[in-house]
Design a protein. Structure first.
Length: 155
């Protein structure tokens, strides 16, 4: 798996299109389980998954137990990685960074930032490469400090 993360209009899609020209693209739908994306995997073809922030927001509105939601996402990430490995497909996640800047007053908005941050951390644990995109510039980030030397990789 590869993870591209950055703010709104930072150039994430352009960076992905440049690197994965033959990729299939998928936008997560309301209520869709991430693991269900295995049904759209094409052997030897990268799958770009976007719309993650809106999807996280809808899941967060549906499920009030953040721990249960995060556990489900972790299971789904692992299942999707296994399915991608089985058909030699690279998963590419495009995610929005929303944790920088002012802390919102509304409880729901703060929770969305928490949920998105947790999902980003969990996705990074599975990623072979993590890219931060800002102003169209792409920077590769290192492995998370708490990660073991052998990450749980998708590809």
């Amino acid at each position: 798996m590869q993870l591209f993360i950055g703010g709104a209009r930072a150039g994430k899609r352009d960076a992905v299109k440049t690197r994965f020209q033959n990729a299939a693209w998928w936008t997560l739908a309301p209520g869709q389980r991430l693991a269900d994306c295995h049904s759209i995997l094409i052997p030897d073809t990268p799958l770009v998954i976007n719309g993650v922030l809106d999807w996280v927001a809808r899941d967060g509105a549906r499920e009030t137990d953040s721990d249960r939601l995060r556990a489900q996402w972790r299971e789904d990430l692992a299942a999707l990685c296994r399915a991608a490995r089985a058909c030699n497909a690279t998963i590419v996640l495009i995610m929005s960074e929303v944790g920088r800047g002012l802390v919102p007053m509304a409880r729901e908005e703060r929770r969305l930032r928490d949920l998105n941050g947790w999902f980003s951390q969990d996705a990074a644990q599975h990623a072979e490469r993590v890219w931060y995109v800002r102003h169209g510039l792409v920077q590769r980030l290192g492995a998370p400090a708490s990660a073991p030397s052998s990450l749980v990789e998708c590809d």
